[in-house]
Design a protein around this ligand. Structure first.
Ligand SMILES: Nc1nc2c(ncn2[C@@H]2O[C@H](COP(=O)(O)OP(=O)(O)OP(=O)(O)O)[C@@H](O)[C@H]2O)c(=O)[nH]1
Ligand SMILES: [Mg+2]
Length: 325
């Protein structure tokens, strides 16, 4: 029988139970040092570009940035990885953010050098700087802009993208698929000649303690924390909970299931069998037995989501954007 919303919605969890907030806590020394350094050099900065993941447009931005950095300089928000969300949500998100006082918002795809959405970032940044009080920097001809955000959202990629776009030059900032690649505030990188704009790459910084557990789980799913800290099976379970809530059942076939399920253990066992992922474990008598490798299945399922193969998914409720927008 075909899976319908009506015949499956009953059996899904209404909320996600997490055993401990501690698994979402990740604030290594380089983040504390980075934030202090960013505050220290703010007097040499004319504008701040905050980069965040478009899949979590409402949650997960570091509130420490608002008080300590963004509120003190002109601010532009780039919601990056727009290739992983549906374009139809952009307007509602924009409206929602506008109502919270953020009006300079760009959706970008830094993996696509040919995309046009970020073309206007530097002109908008220049306009904002021109119309702001530059205090001690009012005599300076060049503009200095700090790029901030939580880990792995594409800060360094954005710098490379802009540099390539405006100067036709290769990558100057180091990029990588795991959170925590940039570990300290970097030297200025020129990304535009006319006007002369320099960008400062900074380490991704999370809040020292997680207040909103669900926002923390969404960040974990988007790879803003390193997977092993939270645990791949917890992340996969949160993904399963989310997909079921959204009635997105693409995982059913992928994991070799007959029907949707809310049982992560069963989904991963069947998935491991379908994917032929097994591990050898020692039996009580010393012999080796093959068991489905559920960790490998969890990693596979998470990767399918991150690479957009489970659909273009906004993890925040865009309906709540619509109602406020
Ligand atoms: N799908 C997609 N991936 C992107 C995009 N921009 C960057 N990435 C990828 O996201 C990952 C993180 O990119 P980085 O530029 O290193 O992110 P970061 O914010 O500098 O990360 P940290 O320095 O670790 O805080 C890399 O694997 C990039 O290739 C995008 O627009 N779309
Ligand atoms: Mg970086």
């Amino acid at each position: 029988m075909a899976t319908t919303a009506a015949n499956v919605s009953q059996k899904f969890r209404k909320s996600f139970k997490i055993v401990s907030k501690d698994i979402l806590r990740w604030f290594p020394g380089h983040m504390g040092r980075g934030l202090r350094k960013m505050q220290q050099i703010l007097k040499t900065v004319d504008c701040v570009i905050e980069v965040h993941d478009a899949r979590v447009p409402i949650t997960g931005r570091n509130p420490d940035f608002q008080h300590k950095i963004c509120g003190l300089r002109p601010h532009v928000l780039v919601l990056n990885k727009k290739d992983l969300i549906e374009a139809k949500h952009e307007e509602a998100i924009r409206n929602y953010l506008k109502n919270t006082g953020i009006s300079s918002v760009f959706f970008g795809n830094c993996k696509d050098q040919k995309s046009r959405e970020l073309d206007k970032v530097i002109p908008v940044v220049s306009d904002l700087i021109c119309s702001s009080n530059r205090y001690n920097r009012s005599e300076e001809k060049d503009y200095s802009v700090m790029v901030i955000g939580v880990p792995n959202v594409g800060k360094s990629s954005l710098i490379n993208w802009l540099r390539n776009k405006h100067l036709n030059k290769g990558n100057a900032a180091q990029v990588g698929a795991v959170a925590g690649i940039t570990r300290r505030v970097q030297n200025r990188i020129k990304v535009s000649e006319e006007p002369k704009v320099y960008l400062l790459d900074t380490p991704g910084i999370l809040q020292p303690s997680v207040k909103d557990v669900e926002a923390g789980l969404k960040l974990a799913l988007c790879a803003c924390l390193q997977d092993h800290l939270v645990g791949e099976i917890v992340i996969a379970d949160y993904l399963l909970y989310t997909l079921n809530k959204m009635q997105n059942f693409k995982y059913v076939e992928l994991m070799g299931l007959e029907d949707p399920s809310d049982e992560i253990g069963m989904v991963l066992v069947k998935g491991a069998i379908k994917l032929d992922k097994f591990q050898k474990v020692k039996h009580y008598d010393g012999s080796l037995v093959k068991r489905p490798n559920i960790a490998a299945a969890a990693i596979y399922l998470i990767r399918e989501f991150r690479e957009g193969r489970l659909g273009k998914i906004v993890l925040d409720s865009v309906d709540s954007c619509d109602s406020t927008g």
